[in-house]
Ligand binder design. Sequence first.
Ligand code: ADE
Length: 418
Amino acid sequence: MDYAIKDIDLAPGGRHRMDWANAEMPVLESIGDMFEAEKPFDGLRVGGCMHVTTETANLMVALQRGGADVFLCASNPLSTQDDVAAALVSHYEIPVYAKRGQDNETFYKYMNAVLDHKPHIVMDDGADVATALHRDRRELLDNLYGGTEETTTGVIRLRALANEGKLEYPVIAVNDALTKHMFDNRYGTGQSTLDGIIRATNYLLAGKTFVVGGYGWCSRGVATRARGMGSNVIVTEVNPLKALEAVMDGFRVMPMAEAAKLGDIFLTATGDIHVFDLHHMEDMKDGALLANSGHFDVEINIAALAEKCGEPQQVRPSVQQYTFPNGKKINILGEGRLINLAAAEGHPASVMDMSFAGQAMAAKYLADNKGKIENAVHTMPVELDMDISSRKLQAMGIDIDVLTPEQEKYLNSWEEGT
Ligand code: ADE
């Protein structure tokens, strides 16, 4: 079997951690049981480019139980858990191409290794596979049933491709499912981002001024959790509606140019470029911490910082310290890559359970409907969100009410009023 991982001897530890995560993923497990009985992927190859974590590993196993031949590469150079990569190869015979710390050239080499297996379904996390397929590997397009996309950033890129009329296969935007972004982006990013910042620095968050770039689902999760830890939180936004929501949620809102002078900790999760630019960093306090939880490492202008300050000092495993000519120091966490995966373990399994239930069901939908789906970016039907929510509640042992016939009738009528 062809694969590229750091160390196969790490497999036993990786398998224990996969099982640990699996205990928090009952919805995915129940879908895996259904896949095992129905074998929706018999004869199909699924190629994933995702964060190689315990949670992703359990998704790959669920697809394999459904009859798929599965291949996996990493969607980020710093997020790979090498023990998990080893466990997938050693215990599940799933070819994995991922080593934590791999460089950009290796990233593309490994993605192409997955594509060389000629997948029928691709699972993207950031749309890098889609870009490769449309630009460099067009010979594989005919073979494709379709793809899925995990992130907001990836969905934005894919919609841009579709808007230009150039999308060559149907994509299910798993991110846009309510059971994904309302939970994974908010509670997952919220908790795991603080986890990453704390693991990287061992800083106390209470009493610190914590600046959050953006007030989308990810950023608001971080802002809310940081407030819960006792930080004094400032939000910056470009969208007036979201800014207003942040104000009414009780946050201070101001332009980044003002927030830059006040913050101790800065976190961006906007999906846009240079949210923390050099002129902001020039205004920040000595010792400020900067981190990113957006998909790509473009949100902090590290290139401009490096040009001004020269090489950084590695002062802790996930902290690079840049010194300005006047002696002021700025700390960049996790090289500006997704801090929750670079310095911690990503979103907890319990929330990935719902995201990956969506991924699994989206893949089944593509397998069941080959050739019948338009080449567009599709959202998942709301019934699927209801099904995933019901399964999650059931697994949590929580019952809810059902409408009485009288209530149902009332909600479907228009006669009764004042
Ligand atoms: N994205 C964020 N957290 C993740 C996790 N734990 N596994 C896979 N992808 C993720």
